[in-house]
Design a protein around this ligand. Structure first.
Ligand code: NCD
Length: 323
């Protein structure tokens, strides 16, 4: 298998957000993901594409899926990995973010995968290092690889997002996943409806290409896909919703609402789920749920992104992805 792909313009070094990407670039990443998904099915799911390259995960916020899937992606591509955890680092001794980035870069990292509670941090980091930078979630701003793996998962199920009606339900105001997904889904031709109480809508949606509803029951039967979000309690002060119980009653996907969803609709969630709030346990295992496919596809998608940013040059170019 050979992956002699052209790096699309604008994605030559960093992946900081979906904003600013073109439909052509998104489609190219999804196409490449298909080829990496094939590698994942082999008895030994490993290729030498990034041999000699170092991938550093630099996480200042907790993560399970994003971090593990980036690390598995790096290992499947034969890259070396470095892991930085804010909790056990010299940050607690007063070291600055910039010093930390410079130290990690000087260990030879070729790419820094950055998650931080402050919007814009991956962009700042890219100014302090020669390595590539991937945004793995910055505050309420963007989470581009989550959006890409969601697009890939929908495309895998339906062939294309063109004309799909996708509802994003929940704490849109504080969700980086919602922001990246609005941009990615609409760029690929889907019609997006944001569904939330008014207090959980962003104060300004600028020229987002979306429709808006404050009543899930009014729109649920028209959806081809229902994308649920976790309440981002760590990012807001109290008072935005009367209580989680009230929220679950009006916006949670439960057995009754699931019956209102079309029989062909798809149910997605980026995880971690808060069962009993935005989703009930019975819905997580509904045959229309593709939540586990999202997790599985996260690895192939992140292999594609790492390869696209790092695999086009020098040493790894000769190796390509062949066996
Ligand atoms: C999301 C995140 O961290 O933004 N999780 C993830 O990356 N899978 C969503 C969330 O935390 O709710």
């Amino acid at each position: 298998m050979s992956l002699d792909v052209e790096t699309p313009p604008g994605l030559s070094k960093h992946l900081l957000g979906i904003e600013g990407t073109t439909r052509e670039q998104l489609e190219l990443i999804l196409e490449l993901t298909d080829r990496f998904a094939e590698i994942g099915k082999r008895p030994i799911p490993k290729v030498p594409a990034l041999r000699g390259r170092t991938v550093a995960s630099v996480f200042f916020e907790d993560s399970t899926r994003t971090r593990l899937s980036f690390e598995s992606a790096a290992r499947r591509l034969s890259a070396d990995t470095l892991t930085f955890s804010a909790g056990s680092s010299s940050l607690s001794k007063g070291e600055s973010l910039r010093d930390t980035v410079e130290v990690i870069s000087s260990y030879g990292a070729d790419v820094l995968i950055v998650r931080h509670s402050m919007a814009g941090t991956p962009q700042r980091v890219s100014e302090w290092t020669n390595a590539s930078v991937i945004n793995a979630g910055d505050g309420c701003h963007e989470h581009p690889t989550q959006a890409l793996l969601d697009c890939y998962t929908l495309k895998q199920q339906r062939g294309s997002l063109d004309g799909m009606s996708i509802g994003i339900v929940g704490d849109i105001r504080h969700s980086r996943v919602a922001r990246s997904n609005v941009l990615a889904f609409s760029s690929l031709g889907a019609k997006v409806t944001l569904i939330a109480p008014q207090t959980l809508m962003p104060p300004s949606m600028g020229n987002w290409p979306v429709e808006v509803s404050n009543v899930l029951d009014d729109v649920i039967s028209d959806l081809d896909a229902c994308y649920l979000l976790r309440m981002q309690s760590e990012r807001h002060s109290k008072g935005l919703i009367p209580s989680l119980r009230e929220y679950a009653k009006d916006f949670g996907l439960n057995g009754r609402r699931c019956e209102m969803l079309s029989k062909d609709a798809l149910i997605l969630h980026p995880g971690p789920t808060n069962q009993g709030v935005e989703i009930t346990a019975e819905v997580s295992t509904d045959p229309r749920s593709i939540i586990l496919d999202q997790v599985t596809n996260g690895v192939s998608l992140r292999m594609a992104v790492l390869f696209m940013l790092l695999g086009q040059h020098e040493t790894s170019k000769q190796d390509e992805v062949q066996e």
